[in-house]
Design a protein around this ligand. Structure first.
Ligand code: SAH
Ligand code: SF4
Ligand code: F3S
Length: 426
């Protein structure tokens, strides 16, 4: 069959889409980038916030109408896991609903041609699958799946199940073959990589071994870390390795201790700040980013001010800011009183306005600095090339004379927050 895949959500979902593509192709199907020719359409969905869920579901109706003959419609990802069978009843257009842990059953399910929802959790069997990667020279490698943290606002533990870690040897084998294929960057993926644990190997040791295997030619990153589990040992591994990127995504979610407790995050503002200070002390150039939620149930205006002051105090390079969104089956639903949606939006816009200024200021500080960027491919605008710094900043080069995977020493000459411009230098 000719298959078309559309993916929403986090990097874990993106890589699951690459795994899905690998499963389909090794079963003899063809995966194409244009939906017009598709005989089967897959939407890999995210359920983390209501908006993400609605958007993904909206795509189903739209995509089903594009090919001349109505395609087989398959809903995958976290919304599939969340609602399963119910979606088949509600959305008549859907033929299959398949959760993230059972993509290996898809060739069979497509053949059977029954309308069915399959959402067995924790039964993934992807070790034999060769993912079809779309982002050369960058690649994703899953190190663990699921999450046991149960932050009270979060649906991920429900849709992704309990934590399970892949064997270190299998991860290292995958990294080795990526390096041999010429990949220049590996991002290790997990909902909370710091809880990685397999046969006595914990995350700092895994990272060290991945760094050895990746060698001089390949950069290493990882996402995501719960600040509670960030240890000095991990920071030491990072700072002692040339090929581990000086970038840390450390989601704070709130700057207020009472709210952090109600979120079940397991750290305080003080201990969080100590960890940021430790990272910056060991790696002065480190790019630090965060996630924040505005209007968590029960958050007062004074408590919200602590989130504002945390952004001011840390001065993150980047921040992903969200308004709280109710998710079925999460503990925060029972916390009263909820913050009115209008107020959540008001708080969100305060955070956004503040952070826009800080992001710009941080980005401008890179002007005049020299760094080596990794070329990722053509930029959106014709004639330009896109590349990334070790800190994962986007740098545009003004010509197209570069190929993906090339390392180019540049001086940053212009910066506007998210986009930086680099001039080649020696
Ligand atoms: N495992 C990752 C987070 C995955 S979800 C981690 O722990 O960092 C990505 C982000 O979505 C979270 O960090 C949080 O800021 C946001 N998020 C999760 N649930 C949310 C909700 N119910 N409402 C608003 N934002 C939410
Ligand atoms: Fe969700 Fe918390 Fe797990 Fe992250 S650590 S996936 S926010 S429950
Ligand atoms: Fe969304 Fe699922 Fe990732 S809910 S954030 S796609 S794990």
């Amino acid at each position: 069959m000719i298959c078309y895949i559309e993916i929403y959500g986090c990097q874990m979902n993106v890589h699951d889409g690459e795994i899905l593509s690998g499963i389909l192709q090794s079963a003899g199907h063809t995966v194409v980038k244009d939906v017009h020719a598709a005989e089967a359409v897959f939407v890999v969905t995210c359920a983390v916030r209501e908006h993400a869920e609605t958007r993904a579901l909206g795509r189903i109706t739209h995509l089903a109408g594009i090919p001349e003959k109505r395609p087989v419609m398959v809903l995958c990802g976290c919304v599939a896991q969340e609602h399963g069978e119910k979606l088949l009843k509600k959305i008549k257009l859907l033929d299959l609903v398949v959760g993230p842990d059972v993509y290996h059953l898809l060739p069979e399910l497509l053949q059977e041609r029954r309308r069915i929802a399959v959402t067995d959790q924790g039964s993934e069997d992807y070790e034999q699958v060769t993912a079809v990667r779309e982002q050369f020279p960058r690649s994703f490698v899953t190190v663990m799946r699921g999450c046991n943290n149960y932050c009270t606002y979060c649906i991920v533990p429900r849709v992704r199940g309990r934590e399970r870690s892949r064997q270190a040897e299998l991860i290292l084998k995958e990294v080795k073959s990526l390096v041999e294929e010429g990949y220049r960057e590996v991002t290790l993926l997990g909902q909370n990589v710091n809880s990685y644990s397999s046969d006595g190997v914990r995350f700092p040791e895994l990272l060290q071994r991945v760094s050895d295997t990746a060698g001089d030619s390949c950069r290493v990153r990882f996402v995501t870390s719960n600040p509670r589990d960030l240890t000095e040992k991990l920071a030491r591994v990072m700072s002692s390795r040339e090929n581990i990127c000086n970038q840390f995504h450390l989601p704070a979610q709130s700057g207020n201790d009472r709210v952090l407790k109600a979120m079940n995050r397991g750290y305080t503002r003080h201990s969080y700040l100590e960890k940021v200070a430790m990272l910056r002390e060991m790696m002065p150039d480190i790019v630090v980013s965060t996630d924040m939620i505005a209007g968590f149930p029960g958050e007062t205006t004074e408590e919200f001010e602590d989130s504002v002051s945390l952004l001011e105090e840390v001065r993150y390079d980047y921040a992903f800011l969200f308004r709280y969104s109710e998710r079925t089956g999460t503990a925060a639903l029972n916390i009263e009183p909820s913050v009115p949606v209008k107020e959540r939006l008001r708080r969100l816009s305060i955070l956004q306005e503040l952070q826009t200024g800080i992001t710009l200021e941080k980005s401008k500080q890179t002007i005049g600095r020299k760094m080596t960027v990794l070329v990722t491919g053509p930029a959106k605008r014709a004639g330009q090339t896109a590349s990334r710094t070790m800190g994962n900043r986007l740098v545009i080069l003004e010509t197209q004379n570069y190929s993906p995977g090339e390392l180019v020493p540049v001086e940053i000459v212009k910066a506007d927050g998210y986009t930086h411009f680099g001039e080649p230098c020696s």
